[in-house]
Design a protein around this ligand. Structure first.
Ligand code: 4AD
Ligand code: MG
Length: 477
């Protein structure tokens, strides 16, 4: 049987003649009260020791960060703040912690400092709450797709293709760096590399997911993806996790319906199952907001924002309409935007996305029908010949959280687009085969998992919602 956790003891809230718990000491007060945490809940269990009954040398080892094992009676608490506590009868130190050098002191640490100590930061309330939510969200995602008849597909991590055509890839190679084999014309001879061709870490599992959608019908991937884009922002990682559903016979409207229903469902799940952690993070965010100037403060609390997504219809707006709104809006006219919107065809920046969501529509927004030349090659060209059936979902505080599209299912149009941007047919022959053998309308999207976790936890830096962030100049741990 699994041992009981602190969460079990606190939620059952009944007294018991004997319980035992293992955990890490948060604090030890007055040589009497140990606040013990085992990661199962935000809350510590209070362990009361009568110091007369224990060796002084043993009690000295009860320091913040130490791993201990306690046994005793679970009794009604005499003090405030908890209903039950453990009256300790046996106490054992499993692992000492040097109080002088243990980085996680019982005080407020900056997120910057905790990032440098990412191996220990989940011993704090904020990070344990964030990571429990991350775990819950991934469960909710699998649950949603499983209950909706989707198959979970594992797309490869090492690929020979650039799904997004943006060239932001990490190379995978075992060639000798000092003695790289070259071809006659002086280029690297990848035929001698491990895979006999140039390979990289995947930027998206979409292209492979399309092959499975065109046989199994409804599939999704959920795995790590890698981008060597040198954008050192609070919303970009070099390694992040993406959820990519792909569905045969579904058009762009169906894709939007799926994405909206999916997003609402996973957020509802955490509202129902992670209340305690959400309330803690809600309060944390409110405290943080208080330190900002009035004008920059969010109008909604974290839980209000989550309810706002589950309760509101996602507004669907074409790129063309959005550009009209942005061109004529105050911050554009008063030159408050860093990137001014002048003409149709420009790509939107996060400041524009956030303006649309937070100031103009005041609800989640799905932008669709983008100009073809700012979107990836695989998107379905509209009859106007200049826009594609793309869709991006924009969330308050985040901007783009989902990017997706109806896929180009016509062989000739797809070939033409690939030629135009120099993607050799030999590289994606298998992708083109899907258009030769039983092609059909199909669509899908990609949700950036860390952006979802940011939204759900109210954390403002993406480095704080993944265990060990990989960003330019940083791959510690
Ligand atoms: O918009 P993107 O680039 O779309 C795709 O990769 C498609 N193949 C998805 C599909 O249709 N199956 O990326 C999808 C999402 C973005 O909306 C964003 O949330 C997230 O992935 N994302 C990142 N998250 C963290 N760090 C980065 N560097 C990210 N780049 C994209
Ligand atoms: Mg995108």
């Amino acid at each position: 049987m699994q041992p009981k956790t602190i969460s079990d003891l606190l939620t059952q809230n009944i007294v018991l003649p004997e319980v035992e718990i293992k955990g890490w000491v948060r604090t030890f007060r007055a040589n009497r009260f140990i606040a013990l945490n085992d990661g199962s809940t935000l809350n510590n269990i209070q362990c009361v020791v009568d110091f007369e009954n224990f060796d002084e040398a043993l009690l000295k080892r009860i320091t913040t960060g130490a791993a201990i094992h306690v046994k005793g009676e679970l009794v009604e608490s005499q003090g405030k703040g908890q209903k039950v506590e453990i009256q300790v009868s046996r106490l054992e130190v499993l692992g000492d912690s040097d109080p002088e050098t243990y980085p996680i002191q019982p005080k407020k640490h900056s997120f910057e400092f905790l990032r440098e100590n990412a191996h220990l930061r989940t011993r704090t309330n904020t990070f344990s709450a964030v990571m429990r939510l991350r775990s819950s969200l991934s469960f909710a995602i699998h649950k949603y797709f499983n209950e909706s008849g989707f198959y979970y597909m594992h797309s490869p991590i090492i690929t020979g293709s650039d799904a997004e055509g943006a060239g932001e890839m990490f190379k995978v190679s075992t060639l000798d760096e000092k003695n790289t084999p070259l071809t006659e014309d002086g280029k690297v001879d990848y035929s001698q590399d491990f895979f006999g061709k140039e390979t990289n870490l995947t930027v998206s599992g979409q292209l492979e997911a399309e092959t499975y959608a065109m046989s199994l019908g409804k599939v999704y991937t959920f795995g790590p993806t890698f981008r060597a884009e040198n954008s050192n922002t609070s919303r970009h990682l070099a390694e992040f996790w993406m959820i990519e559903p792909e569905v045969a016979f579904m058009d762009l409207a169906g894709n939007m319906d799926l994405a909206e229903d999916f997003m609402k469902s996973v957020i509802k799940y955490i509202l129902e199952h992670n209340r305690e952690d959400l309330e803690f993070l809600d309060k944390r965010l409110q405290d943080e907001e208080k330190t900002k100037p009035q004008a920059e403060r969010s109008e909604m609390t974290l839980i209000e924002k989550l309810n706002f997504v589950t309760d509101n219809h996602f507004k669907r707006v074409s790129y063309t309409e959005a550009i009209d709104i942005l061109r004529n809006c105050k911050p554009n006219k008063k030159k408050k935007f860093k990137y001014l919107i002048n003409e149709w065809g420009t790509d939107l920046q996060s400041e524009h996305e956030r303006f649309l969501v937070e100031k103009h529509f005041k609800c989640p927004v799905i932008l669709f029908d983008y100009p073809a030349n700012i979107k990836a090659f695989y998107m379905r060209l509209n009859d106007d010949g200049k826009t594609v059936r793309a869709m991006d979902i924009l969330f308050p505080g985040i901007g783009e959280i989902v990017g997706g599209a109806q896929r180009e299912e016509r062989l000739d149009v797809l070939k033409e687009k690939m030629t135009a941007i120099n993607i050799p047919e030999e590289e994606l022959w298998w992708y083109l085969d899907l258009r030769k053998f039983g092609t059909a309308v199909h669509s899908g999207f990609g949700l950036g998992f860390e952006r979802l976790v940011m939204f759900a936890t109210g954390m403002s830096n993406i480095r704080d919602v993944i265990p060990f962030p990989r960003t330019p100049q940083n791959a510690e741990f």
